[in-house]
Write a protein that binds this ligand. Sequence first.
Ligand code: SF4
Length: 381
Amino acid sequence: MLKAAYLHIPFCVQICHYCDFNKIFIHQQPVDEYLKSMKTEMLNTTNRFNNYKMETIFVGGGTPTSLSESQLDTFLRDVNEVLGNQSLKEFTVEANPEQTTNEKIAVLKSNGVNRLSIGVQAFQDSLLKKIGRTHNKEDVYSTVFSAKKAGIHNMSIDLMFGLPGQTMEMFKESVNEALALDVPHISSYSLQIEKKTVFYNLAQKGKLVLPEQELEAAMYEYLIETLDKRGFKQYEISNFAVPGFESKHNLQYWDNNEYFGIGAGAHSYAEGTRRRNAGPLRQYMSLIEENGFPYVEEHLVPLSEKMEEEMFMGLRKHQGVSDKTFFDRYGKSMFDVYKDPIERLIQKGWLERKKDTLMLTKEGIPLGNEVFQEFIGVVLD
Ligand code: SF4
């Protein structure tokens, strides 16, 4: 039974210098038409794949809060009409601090949104400007306070590290500011330089000065230690929560479960097939109009790939991968299928086995990508 849906709002009021998500500057875009296409996609998807009951819905982007109040209201009503039900436990919307007004928070609340994921990134206005963000730290405070006042206490703050010009002191300040806001969830990712971004172009020209790798590693270490002392559990490589406030939606991905992906550029995984939607807005909308579905890529996932994904998605989690779950899904033990890499990684001290569960060690966590590589191509169909 499929239990999660991701919905993509690709509009942004500014384009950040590091961003390679599927997004578009909102000015003069056909926003209402796009939202109508999304409703059609939702309806067609739920008619075609009917073995679902949503427990989590995540609206991301782009910037969902770049929609006007009435657009947001209409869209969320549509989402509730098509996907809502009594079993829905978590309804998250990504919010950018500068656009999350009291009125928009009221719209979110009245439509059942019970979690906000806030794109903060840093608490220094000068650094925010440098990475192309248009909010300042006052906007962050006011978003968090307004959400709490409206009764939304389940919030996550995103922080970035390894940013150009970011010092250890700045990162420490950001972590402590986030903690002072008393939210139960923090996600933190290091800056990745992706193609087709302002930062990529600057880097190509040798004009981007980034913190040394050792400093970046020290920031990550500080994050883990500080959050741990403050009662946050690192339940996934980049995600920390007060127990009980882990992201139920993201856990669906890490548990390698299926999910709907609605909207331009969204990915989905249903009935054993991964699909990718058209990214450009107009292509997405015309495909919906012509065929009812916006797919530009479909891939029936072979058993070997399912098992690989189970390992490298599952190992991202603190609780690791359970052999019982693996056996129930694939009829084999992961300790047989991946005997060699598991032995090798345990010997290196990067993985540990506790009864029937396999997990990253403290030393293995920063080396996650190297660990995951070891599971690729081991089994061939
Ligand atoms: S990081 Fe978020 S707000 Fe910035 S351009 Fe990308 S999607 Fe838009």
